[in-house]
Design a protein around this ligand. Sequence first.
Ligand SMILES: Cc1ncc(COP(=O)(O)OP(=O)(O)O)c(N)n1
Ligand SMILES: Cc1ncsc1CCOP(=O)(O)O
Ligand SMILES: [Mg+2]
Length: 281
Amino acid sequence: MDDCRLYVITGENYHPGRSLLDVMERALIGGADILQLRAKETPKREVLAQAYALRELTQRYGVPFIINDHIDIALAVGADGVHLGQDDLPLAEARRILGPDKIIGISTHHIDQALDAERGGADYIGVGPVYPTGTKPGRKAVTTDYVREAAQRVRLPFVAIGGITLDNVDAVLEAGAVRICAVSAIVGSEDPAEACRTFLHHIRLKQMDHLIAGSTCTVCVNGREERTSARTVLELVEQLNLSGKRMVVELNGEIVPHERWGAAPIADGAVLELVHFVGGG
Ligand SMILES: Cc1ncc(COP(=O)(O)OP(=O)(O)O)c(N)n1
Ligand SMILES: Cc1ncsc1CCOP(=O)(O)O
Ligand SMILES: [Mg+2]
């Protein structure tokens, strides 16, 4: 689950005239890295047949396969796990039946439910619906506020879900989601493979932003804001091409002796005054 970025769920009514297997294979070709079978209106025997077919397909592509709601079907076809909502079988019962190795995902709509799922031994949680969606009509949107809170407080992997499209995915990523889950925007699109590629492109761009932001910090040098990757006063002085100059350095109001520059850490928000003496007599 840790490595998953794009979670795609089947949608019964979103691809009239196209087969479930074709649509889901297109999603896999586009890079979907976890699949869920969710069928709310299909007779159970048919769901079982779909589960067998998707089990084979996902195995061929080497991605985890999750069954929504039906633990019995997950066991029958040897799926990798199940996804359960707040009104489905409780997590503890599901774990007892499935054992420690199966993936169990839990839907959450509030931080308390997320923390409960974490304590209860879930493997991941769903955070949503972020936006109102026709796929889950009547369910109130949790907004990106809950995504932000989950990003700050939940240690389990979480997937943001609900009404996420290529037009609003950046806001969801900006709020701190690193895994996106979608139904209609992928299985209802003309080209599910291209939709997946474009989702993944957005996700990767945001990941790169995080990497860059994480490796630099903003400091104030002589009254001017600077972004720097320097970790110590010595590195900063070198980056500013001031090495070798006779200089007094003040860090957050305290003078740092020259011999301690290499050991004086600078962090985000540090305030530095660098005063160098111009030679002459
Ligand atoms: C990844 C993921 N998140 C949330 C859900 C919704 O599950 P649930 O709340 O049980 O609602 P139904 O899907 O059963 O209608 C999900 N399936 N997957
Ligand atoms: C199953 C589910 N649970 C919360 S929102 C949702 C539906 C997501 O579908 P879509 O991506 O089409 O909004
Ligand atoms: Mg459910």
